[in-house]
Write a protein that binds this ligand. Structure first.
Ligand code: FES
Length: 104
């Protein structure tokens, strides 16, 4: 089981938006949807866009580069089912967002 790493404060990620971070050598994107946080790979497997610059709605993160949509619970790409991203467990404690990302 992975340990949780403190990544940022709750207030650092605007509602409906994402932000990219490096955790244990991996680039991840954390999204805030209505105060609920989720974490996925930052790199879009379509053409390496930055998902952290995208938006989230209904649990679906949209890559800002070409608009591919990813389910942030399962990592499945709705636009191209051959593509998939990793998802990471997130907890919030004392206003801090913590993510479980295994060491690279
Ligand atoms: S790089 Fe993300 S949709 Fe093309």
């Amino acid at each position: 089981m992975s340990d949780y790493t403190t990544v940022t404060k709750v207030s650092a990620i605007r509602e409906g938006r994402g932000k990219a971070f490096t955790v244990n050598g991996r680039r991840i994107a954390i999204f805030n949807e209505g105060g609920k946080f989720c974490a996925v790979d930052n790199t879009c497997p379509h053409a390496l866009g930055s998902l952290g610059r995208g938006r989230i709605r209904g649990g679906i993160a949209v890559c800002p580069t070409h608009g591919y949509a990813y389910n942030t619970e399962t990592g499945e790409c709705q636009t191209d089912p051959r593509l998939r991203i990793r998802t990471y467990p997130v907890i919030v404690e004392d206003d801090q967002i913590k993510v479980a990302v295994e060491q690279m």
